[in-house]
Design a protein around this ligand. Structure first.
Ligand code: AQP
Length: 343
């Protein structure tokens, strides 16, 4: 489906638009980088690229109000340190562009309870909450806000890790349904999931994905973690009782995860890489070295940005103004399409 284009272009380039977001729910980790952030830095050069720190999404689980703002700024700084260049892409904070929350309501009115109930991430996060813990209604409706985030920018490409594929499918369904009911309004987006690194697993629990909010610090490699600590964690990664180095995520999740991490870091196929190793120890040494080398420039740039705190805030303010210029007319078109009185 063609769909309409946002009427204001951010940059004078006849290219597809990319949009994605990351929540400021904790320290960004290797999975966030290999699954999402690294794609962002590549996409910015040949696409009209818009990236967002999705602070409203973070509120779906309890956050310390004294920490959230600091984390939001810090998450933005990590995006810049990873290589986002504000002169060729847009980086902003979701809650600074109120159109997200408003279109989210229209998306909630477009989604059914049945399809939201099928979202596995909701089931996992709600199930993980202890019996007595408060589970916010927003944890259930969050995919509608995510659809709004994407549709506001007429994005046709959404770089994400594998865990977000289902939410992307829902965003597509909602765009198609809205267009069918009310006339062509939204571009129908597609997920862009990397071939290697789409799902980095926890080093200690290799059947679970590495996650910001996980309770497994030894299984998670932070993007800003010091090299000695990264090396220690990778050397202690859980493998199995066999000795053969083989890429087999089902039977050998720990070893396959290390091969995936090494493959993603050096740009090689994990199954091919496996043939070069006779022992787990050698694989761990090379994997640790590759990760430390991959993160070194990011850590150096982060230190520079942290020394100049006002710079990131200024980039975010400029980004919000650019984002609003695209989002506002799309929201107006959606409002008019459903019949809301012009304001
Ligand atoms: N383990 C992973 N491997 C590859 N990609 C991953 N992503 C997350 N974990 C991995 C991708 O990173 C982006 C971050 O999305 P998010 O912040 O909206 O939240 P998420 O997907 O739920 O990621 P986390 O790290 O697990 O955060 P919490 O703990 O807050 O839920 C997405 O593109 C995601 O696919």
């Amino acid at each position: 489906m063609a769909g309409c284009r946002a009427s204001v272009d951010l940059y004078d380039r006849p290219v597809a638009r990319v949009f994605s977001g990351i929540q400021p729910t904790g320290d960004l980790h290797l999975g966030n980088y290999l699954g999402a952030l690294r794609q962002f830095t590549r996409d910015q050069h040949d696409h009209d690229a818009v990236f967002c720190i999705v602070d409203l999404h973070a509120l779906t689980v309890p956050q310390d109000p004294h920490e959230l703002g600091r984390r939001t700024l810090d998450t933005a700084r990590v995006h810049l340190a990873a290589g986002l260049d504000p002169s060729v892409c847009t980086l902003f904070v979701q809650s600074h562009v109120h159109e997200h929350a408003e279109l989210s309501w229209l998306m909630e009115c477009t989604a059914s309870v049945g399809e939201l109930r099928r979202m596995t991430q909701f089931k996992e996060k709600a199930d993980k909450a202890p019996e007595q813990e408060f589970v916010a209604a927003a944890l259930f409706t969050y995919p509608a806000l995510m659809a709004a985030d994407i549709l506001l920018y007429g994005a046709d490409r959404v770089p994400v890790g594998a865990d977000q594929r289902q939410h992307l499918e829902l965003a597509r369904d909602l765009a198609v349904r809205f267009n069918h009911r009310f006339g062509d309004t939204f571009v129908v987006p597609a997920a862009a999931v990397p071939t290697v690194g789409a799902r980095i697993m926890d080093l200690q629990r290799p059947t679970e994905k590495m996650s910001k909010s996980s309770v497994s610090p030894q299984g998670t490699v932070g993007l800003l973690e010091d090299p000695a600590s990264i090396t220690r964690k990778i050397r202690r990664a859980v493998t199995d009782t066999e000795v053969e180095v083989r890429y087999d995520p089902e039977a050998k999740p720990g070893v396959s995860n290390l091969l995936t991490i090494l493959g993603a870091a050096v740009g090689e196929d994990p199954a091919q890489l496996a043939r070069r190793y006779q022992q787990y120890g050698e694989l761990k040494v090379d994997c640790a070295e590759a990760v430390v080398a991959l993160l070194e420039p990011i850590q150096a740039r982060y230190a520079e940005l942290a020394a100049e705190p006002s710079r990131t805030a200024a980039i975010l303010a400029e980004g919000a103004a650019k984002a609003r210029a695209v989002a506002a007319p799309v929201l107006e078109q959606a409002r008019a399409a459903v019949g809301l009185l012009p304001r």
